[in-house]
Design a protein around this ligand. Structure first.
Ligand code: CMC
Length: 431
C-alpha cells in the first residue's frame, strides 16, 4: 500500500482547498482518498451506485473488469476451479493462505461438526406457508441464528469470529436443504458426517425415507465447482451490505442474513433464477431474435438476464468456466436440455449485436449456471439459495476482515437533499 499526496481540489468560489492523497494497492487503479474533503472544503462527493467509489481496503479478492480477471487471495479463479475444492477455497478466503494438509483436516473436521441446526430452529419453518420462497426462509432462518448464538458472541474476539464463520459455512447447506424440503413437504434430513460437504448437502436435499439415495460424483463435482466460482466477488451489493450492517457492530448472523436479502434481487444473485425463467419464456432458438429486440427497446423493461456486469467490461471469467462445464456436465449426466440451445443462440446473437457490443455487455456468472442446477435436479426457486451457500464464505471473510481492520468506522453515506426548504407547521384547519 503506497501513498503520495498529489491530487489538489480547489473550490474557487470559497478558495478552500484540499490536498488528497492518492492510494495505491497491490493491483488496480489508484484511489483518491477523500476522507478530509468535507472538513477542508465543506463538500461531499456524489456517486449514486458507487461507480467511482472504493468503500474499503481489502486483501481478499481482486477483479480486473477490463481484462476479465478474478483472483481470490492472488490465485486466478481458473486455477482454483481446476485444482481446489469449495472447502479449501473457503479456508483460503478466510485465512489468506491455502491450508497445509493438517490445517485443512482441522478445518474440515470443524465444519463437519457444526452442521446441525438447533432443533428449535426447525419449528421456525412451521410458521411459513409451504409456498414461501426459499430465499425468504433462508434469510429469516439465518437471521434467527442470532437468537441462538447472541449472548455468548463477542465480535471483537478473534476466536468468536472464527467460530461464527465455521458455524455459518457449516449450517448454511443444512438450512438451505430444510427450506427446500419444507416447501415440498418432505421430512428434514440430518447432516451425515461421513459425507463430504457437497455430497452431504445433496443427501440432505434429495434423500427420501423410502429408498437409499445414490450420490453422483459428477453432480458433486459440478456443484463444488459452482460453489468455488460463487464464493466471493469483492465489494458487490450483498458483500457491501454485510459490511455496512457489520460496521454497526451487529451480530454476524444478522449481518449475513442482510447479505442474503441483498443477494436475492434479480440484478444480483436472483439473476440465475431469472435467467432460467427468461430462457423458458423464450422457449425456442427461433424466438431469440425477438428477445434481443425487446432487450434493446428502452420502452420495454425486459433485459437479457445473465448479461452485463458493473465491473466486467469483458467476458466474466466465471461465465467462461461455467459455459465450458455446462456442455460437459450435461453430457456426463446424459441430460439433453433444449434450453441450452436457446442460451447458446441468445449468447451468439447478443455478442454480435451492436447494442451489446457498444455497451460491453457479456454473459455473466449467472447466464449458464441455472442450466447446470436444473440438470442436477435443483428447482429454479433454489438457484439463488445455491449462490448464497457459496457466497457465505466470502461474506464472512469480509466480515472478519472488517473487524480485524484497525480504526474501522460505522458506514454512513451522506446525501444531496432535494426535499422542501425550511417551512412552518400549518394547523390542520388551515391546510
Ligand atoms: N440487457 C439489456 N441492456 C442492458 C443489460 C441487459 N442485461 N445490462 C445493462 N444494459 C444496458 C443498460 O440499459 C444501459 O444502457 P444505456 O447506456 O443505453 O442506458 C447500459 O447497458 C449500462 O447498464 P447499467 O444498468 O447502467 O449497468 P449497471 O452496471 O448499473 O448494471 C447489471 C449492471 C448487472 C445490474 C445489469 O447489467 C443488469 O441488470 N444485468 C441483468 C441482471 C444480471 O444478469 N445480473 C447478474 C449480475 S452478475 C452476478 C451478481 O452480481 O450476482
Amino acid at each position: 500500500m503506497s501513498e503520495s499526496k498529489i491530487v489538489k481540489l480547489v473550490d474557487e468560489s470559497t478558495n478552500r482547498s484540499s490536498e488528497l492523497p492518492l492510494l495505491s494497492g497491490t493491483l488496480g487503479p489508484a484511489c483518491i482518498d477523500i476522507g478530509t474533503l468535507y472538513k477542508d472544503t465543506g463538500h461531499f462527493t456524489y456517486d449514486p451506485g458507487y461507480g467511482s467509489t472504493a468503500s474499503t481496503k481489502s486483501a481478499i479478492t481482486y477483479i480486473d473488469g477490463d481484462k476479465g480477471v478474478l483472483l481470490y487471495r492472488g490465485y486466478p479463479i481458473e486455477q482454483l476451479a481446476e485444482k481446489s475444492t469449495f472447502l479449501e477455497t473457503s479456508y483460503l478466503l478466510l485465512n489468506g493462505e491455502l491450508p497445509t494438509k493438517d490445517q485443512f483436516s482441522k478445518f474440515e473436521h470443524d465444519i463437519t461438526h457444526h452442521t446441525m441446526m438447533h432443533e428449535s430452529l426447525k419449528d421456525f419453518f412451521k410458521g411459513f406457508h409451504h409456498d414461501a420462497h426459499p430465499m425468504a426462509m433462508l434469510a429469516a432462518s439465518v437471521a434467527s441464528l442470532s437468537a441462538f448464538y447472541h449472548d455468548d458472541i463477542d465480535v471483537d474476539d478473534a476466536d468468536d469470529r472464527k467460530l461464527a464463520a465455521i458455524r455459518l459455512i457449516a449450517k448454511m447447506p443444512t438450512i438451505a436443504a430444510a427450506c427446500y424440503r419444507y416447501s415440498i413437504g418432505w421430512p428434514f434430513r440430518y447432516p451425515r458426517n461421513n459425507l463430504e460437504y457437497v455430497d452431504r448437502f445433496l443427501h440432505m436435499m434429495f434423500e427420501v425415507p423410502s429408498e437409499p439415495l445414490e450420490l453422483s460424483p459428477v453432480a458433486a463435482k459440478a456443484l463444488d465447482l459452482l460453489f468455488i466460482l460463487h464464493a466471493d466477488h469483492e465489494q458487490n451489493a450483498s458483500t457491501s451490505t454485510v459490511r455496512l450492517v457489520g460496521s454497526t457492530g451487529a451480530n454476524p448472523y444478522a449481518s449475513i442474513a442482510a447479505g442474503i436479502t441483498a443477494l436475492w434481487g434479480p440484478a444480483h444473485g436472483g439473476a440465475n433464477e431469472a435467467v432460467l425463467e427468461m430462457l423458458q419464456e423464450i422457449g425456442s432458438a427461433d424466438k431469440v431474435e425477438t428477445a434481443v429486440k425487446r432487450a434493446k427497446d428502452k420502452n420495454d423493461n425486459f433485459r437479457l438476464m445473465g448479461f452485463g456486469h458493473r465491473v466486467y467490461k469483458n467476458f466474466d471469467p466465471r461465465a467462461k468456466i461455467i459455459r465450458e462445464m455446462t456442455h460437459k456436465v450435461l453430457g456426463e449426466l446424459g441430460v439433453n436440455d433444449p434450453l441450452l440451445e436457446v442460451a447458446m443462440k441468445l449468447e451468439e446473437a447478443a455478442l454480435k449485436d451492436d447494442y451489446f457490443v457498444e455497451r460491453k455487455l457479456y454473459p455473466n456468472v449467472d447466464f449458464y449456471s441455472g442450466i447446470i442446477y436444473k440438470a442436477l435436479g435443483i428447482p429454479t426457486e433454489m438457484f439463488t439459495v445455491m449462490f448464497a451457500i457459496a457466497r457465505t464464505a466470502g461474506w464472512i471473510a469480509h466480515w472478519i476482515e472488517q473487524h480485524e481492520t484497525p480504526g474501522a468506522r460505522i458506514g454512513r453515506p451522506r446525501q444531496i437533499y432535494t426535499g422542501a426548504d425550511v417551512r412552518d407547521y400549518v394547523a390542520a384547519d388551515k391546510r
